[in-house]
Design a protein around this ligand. Sequence first.
Ligand SMILES: *[C@@H]1O[C@H](CO)[C@@H](O)[C@H](O)[C@H]1NC(C)=O
Ligand SMILES: *[C@@H]1O[C@H](CO)[C@@H](O)[C@H](O)[C@H]1NC(C)=O
Ligand SMILES: *[C@@H]1O[C@H](CO)[C@@H](O)[C@H](O)[C@H]1NC(C)=O
Ligand SMILES: *[C@@H]1O[C@H](CO)[C@@H](O)[C@H](O)[C@H]1NC(C)=O
Length: 381
Amino acid sequence: MGTSFRSSTSSLFALASLSLIVSTVLAHVSIDPTKGFEILPFNKSYYHIQKPYDVPLDQRYSFVHGIHKCWVYATDKPHTPTSKTKPRTEIAIGGYGYSSGVWQFEAYGYVPEGTYGVNIMQIFGGDPPHATTFMLRVYNSSLFYYSRQALVADIYNRWFRLNVVHDVEASKVWVYIDGALQMEADALGEVDPTEGFENLPFNTSFYHIQKPYDVPVEKRYSFEGGIHDCWVYADDKPHTPNSRTLPRTEVAIQGYSYSSGVWQLEGYGYVPSGTSGVCIMQVFGATHPRATTFMLRDYNGSLSYYRSPVLVYDIYDKWFRLNVIHDVDASKVRVYIDGELKIEANDGGGTFHAFKFGVYAQKDGSSLMESRWKDIKIWRK
Ligand SMILES: *[C@@H]1O[C@H](CO)[C@@H](O)[C@H](O)[C@H]1NC(C)=O
Ligand SMILES: *[C@@H]1O[C@H](CO)[C@@H](O)[C@H](O)[C@H]1NC(C)=O
Ligand SMILES: *[C@@H]1O[C@H](CO)[C@@H](O)[C@H](O)[C@H]1NC(C)=O
Ligand SMILES: *[C@@H]1O[C@H](CO)[C@@H](O)[C@H](O)[C@H]1NC(C)=O
């Protein structure tokens, strides 16, 4: 089965990015992706338009000479008054909703120069918490698979043919652009942990650095080119003369301390090889005698929830994306690494919380501990 029609692209600005997914770039093989498929009727009985709920349809969509033109502004409202998603103008082909079989979407798409940070075609639906199975996005004048993988460069101001095949039973998606297979991916979809959250301002007014009390901050911390670099030695002193804790160099975000609501820290972290036995990010605060609600630790290049379980292996010397969500009212912490939900754990109770990142020595720590961080964002719901 297949649906076949021509359409322009649907545009929606500023979809937040995120990623995971195993995918493989295959050799470009030019074949007819529709071979063996049956073409199905397609007309407006099969779709409806989703657009910002408070504007008339003709201010965000037109259908002239067979071309669907969709546009939206970053400041637009979502498609329903209660939705917390970003704005969209999309043609939703609900008349061919499916839950099994092999389906194909074919169309010619066009993205005018200047449009970016937007999803232009998606396969809606996925195993929770995934809301989608596939997204085709535009960043930096290229077509992307979510934000993870560039498929085709220089996409602006020209028509391209798109064929997206979804084999539900095999859990696979194939993407062809201008007849060339660009990608085969597991139909796992992707979660955007920041969806529905508000991004809060973040700068030096919102944090301070905790470091061994007897050394100057520049001997244990630097901030250059947008990268926070924190290091500490196993034989360093604690952060205050009367503390009995192990040494640390941590960025403590106490400008956003909280006791209720849903809070999220997003950032890219990096642990150089050799660093081990150290907490690199924590949610401070818990019911006594616990001091923390969450710790992300590195032991020998694996990141773990406290000492166990391991959340991800083999992280030395590369950037990973971390999203930590603390839902105080539900008493839950959810941790995403590179867009994948790794753990949902109970929090530690308590009435005062704050995010911290850097290095905080644990038992069996390496002699030198270091972690680097960039693109830190604080979100609140
Ligand atoms: C759309 O196509 C179907 C199937 O061919 C047909 O039954 C229906 O009347 C068509 N609707 C419109 C609005 O053309
Ligand atoms: C787009 O380009 C900017 C600047 O070159 C870069 O920082 C950003 O990571 C790029 N985005 C993607 C998704 O590659
Ligand atoms: C940090 O951001 C806040 C809120 O936008 C602003 O009031 C403050 O002046 C900023 N501080 C610095 C040091 O940039
Ligand atoms: C880390 O590696 C060292 C040396 O191989 C080993 O002694 C230690 O048990 C490991 N630690 C963990 C937590 O796996």
